[in-house]
Design a protein around this ligand. Structure first.
Ligand code: ATP
Ligand code: MG
Ligand code: MG
Ligand code: MG
Length: 467
C-alpha cells in the first residue's frame, strides 16, 4: 500500500479518534511557560502539566501531530542532518496519550494494530525493545501480541527509561523498530551513521508508572499514563518503500524545488537534503515567532539559516535563494498547518533579509576558510581562526565545523570558546570607559521575540517586513 505523508497523518488521527481520543492541535515550537526547554521536541511537551496532575482537561485520551525541532538543548540532531537517513531538525511526531486512562496493554495493542492492520506492515519486519526489567511489557508483546521472543530485546540503558526530570513522573519505554534490510550499511566508527540505517526506530511507547522521589525511590503512580511518539517521516519512508526519510514524497518535491532555485541537476547531492530539511525548521520557527538573533532561540535559528545558505553557496547558487522555498513548503504543509500558510509572507521576508545580510560576507569568509583548510597542519582548525570567521564574517562556529567536517577535519571548540570569552572581557572593559559599541550592536541584532501576542515583538517583525 503506498500512502502519502498526508494520508498517514490522517489515518493516525482517524484511528485514534475512533478509539476515543480527542484530537489536539500541535502546540507552538516555542514552549509555553517552560524556560527549561529550548524548542518543543516531543508530543508530550504540551501535556506536561496534565501528566503532573496540576492541570485538568475534559478528556483522558488525546491524539496529536506535533511539530518538533531538535536542533539544540537535550535533543540535538543538527549534526546528523545530511549524514543519517532518519534525522531531521524539524519533524512531525504523531502521538497518542492516556492521562490516567488506559495503560500498557492497550497502548501496545493500539500501536501494533495501527502498524500491522491499518498500515498493513509486515509483522516479520518489526522488532521491539523493552526496558530490561519490564517483564510485564515483555509478556504482553510475547503472549498477548505474539511477537517471537527473539524479536523482543531487553535494553538496560536510559534509551528505554524515560523521566520528566530529576523527580516526578517516569517509567520504562518500549520502542518499535523496522528492519529495512541489509542493503544499507553503517558508516565508519565514531560517525553519526555508525549504527547504520538498517533497523530504524519508528515508535516510542512511554509507560509513565512511577513518581520519582527526591531520595530516588520510585513510588507507583495511582493512575499510570501513556505518552507515545511516532516519527511521521520514518513511517512514510516505509509506506513508500524507500529507505531514507529524504526520499519520501514531501522531501522529493522539496529537494526538487531546492535544486531548481539553486540551479543544480545533481539531485543526489547531500547539500540539497540539508537545505530541504532546514527550510522546514526555519520556516516553522519563524511561523512560531522566533526571529534570527544573536542569542538563545534566535541564534539557533540564525545558525540553521546560515548553514542552509552556505550549502546553497556550495551548490553554486548565484542569488538569494532560501526564501524562495517557503512557497514549496507551504504547498506541502500549509493544509495541515494553516498557520504556516498565514505567515508565508513574513517568513519569506525574514529569510530574505537574513540571507542578504549573510551573503555580504559569505564568499570572503569561505575564501579564508578554504585557504586555512588547504594549509592546515593536523586535523583541527584553530580556535582563533574559528573566532575570526565568526567575528568578521558572521560564521557561527558550527557552520565552520560543518565545512571542516566535509574535508575530514574538526574545529577547536574550546579554543573558540576561549576567544569568545576574551572578547566579552574586552567589551566589558571598553564599556567601563563608556565605549559600549559591541553591546549596543548586540542589542540591535538580538530581537528576542517570543510570539505574535507580544506587542513589542510584533513591532520588530513589522519593522523588518516593511519595504
Ligand atoms: P533516534 O534514536 O533515532 O535518534 P529518538 O530515540 O531520539 O530517535 P524519541 O525521542 O524516542 O526518538 O522520539 C520518538 C520518535 O520520534 C522516534 O521513534 C522517531 O520515530 C521520531 N524521531 C525522533 N527524532 C527524530 C528526528 N530527528 N527526525 C525525525 N524523526 C525523529
Ligand atoms: Mg535521537
Ligand atoms: Mg532512540
Ligand atoms: Mg526513542
Amino acid at each position: 500500500m503506498t500512502l502519502s505523508t498526508a494520508d498517514i497523518r490522517q489515518k493516525f488521527f482517524d484511528y485514534f479518534k475512533q478509539h476515543g481520543h480527542q484530537s489536539v492541535a500541535s502546540s507552538s515550537l516555542v514552549p509555553a511557560d517552560d524556560p527549561t526547554l529550548l524548542f518543543t521536541n516531543a508530543g508530550m511537551n504540551q501535556f506536561k502539566d496534565v501528566f503532573l496532575g496540576t492541570e485538568k482537561r475534559s478528556y483522558t485520551r488525546a491524539v496529536s501531530s506535533q511539530r518538533c525541532v531538535r536542533a539544540g538543548g537535550k535533543h540535538n540532531d543538527l549534526e546528523n542532518v545530511g549524514y543519517t537517513a532518519r534525522h531531521h531538525t524539524f519533524f512531525e511526531m504523531m502521538g497518542n496519550f492516556s492521562f490516567g486512562d488506559y495503560f500498557k496493554k492497550e497502548a501496545i495493542e493500539f500501536a501494533w494494530n495501527f502498524l500491522t492492520k491499518e498500515l498493513g506492515l509486515a509483522k516479520d519486519k518489526l522488532l521491539v525493545t523493552v526496558f530490561h526489567n519490564d517483564d510485564e511489557a515483555f509478556d504482553i508483546w510475547e503472549n498477548h501480541i505474539g511477537v517471537p521472543k527473539e524479536k523482543i530485546i531487553r535494553i538496560d540503558t536510559a534509551d528505554n527509561f524515560w523521566s520528566m526530570g530529576d523527580t516526578g513522573p517516569c517509567g520504562p519505554c518500549s520502542e518499535i523498530f523496522y528492519d529495512h534490510g541489509e542493503h544499507i550499511w553503517g558508516g565508519p566508527p565514531g560517525t553519526p551513521e555508525e549504527d547504520g540505517d538498517r533497523f530504524i526506530e519508528i515508535w516510542n511507547l512511554v509507560f509513565m508508572q512511577y513518581n520519582k522521589q527526591e531520595d530516588g525511590t520510585m513510588e507507583p503512580l495511582p493512575k499510570p499514563s501513556i505518552d507515545t511518539g511516532m516519527g511521521l517521516e520514518r513511517i512514510s519512508a516505509i509506506m513508500q518503500d524507500v529507505h531514507s526519510n529524504y526520499e519520501i514524497d514531501l522531501f522529493e518535491r522539496l529537494i526538487k524545488a531546492t535544486a531548481e532555485v539553486v540551479g543544480t541537476t545533481d539531485l543526489e547531492n547531500k547539500s540539497l537534503r540539508v537545505i530541504a530539511d532546514h527550510i522546514r525548521s526555519c520556516s516553522f520557527l519563524i511561523c512560531d515567532g522566533v526571529m534570527p538573533g544573536n542569542e538563545g532561540r534566535g541564534y539557533v535559528l540564525r545558525r540553521i539559516i546560515r548553514r542552509a545558505v552556505r550549502h546553497g553557496y556550495k551548490l553554486g547558487a548565484q542569488d538569494i535563494f532560501f526564501y524562495k522555498l517557503v512557497a514549496a513548503l507551504t504547498k506541502e504543509m500549509g493544509e495541515a498547518y494553516p498557520e504556516l500558510a498565514d505567515q508565508q509572507p513574513v517568513i519569506e521576508k525574514v529569510l530574505r533579509v537574513e540571507e542578504e545580510q549573510f551573503s555580504k560576507t559569505l564568499s570572503r569568509g569561505m575564501a579564508m576558510l578554504n585557504d586555512v583548510l588547504k594549509e592546515l597542519d593536523g586535523d583541527t582548525v584553530a580556535g582563533d581562526v574559528v573566532f575570526k570567521l565568526y567575528d568578521t564574517y558572521g560564521f557561527p562556529a558550527d557552520l565552520t565545523g560543518d565545512v571542516a567536517r566535509e574535508h575530514g577535519y574538526k574545529i577547536d571548540e574550546e579554543g573558540f570558546e576561549q576567544a569568545m570569552q576574551e572578547q566579552r572581557q574586552r567589551a566589558q572593559k571598553a564599556s567601563n570607559f563608556g565605549m559600549n559599541y559591541n553591546e549596543q550592536l548586540r542589542v540591535e541584532h538580538a530581537t528576542s521575540f517570543t510570539g505574535y501576542t507580544d506587542v513589542e515583538g510584533q513591532a520588530n517583525v513589522l519593522e523588518l517586513i516593511k519595504d
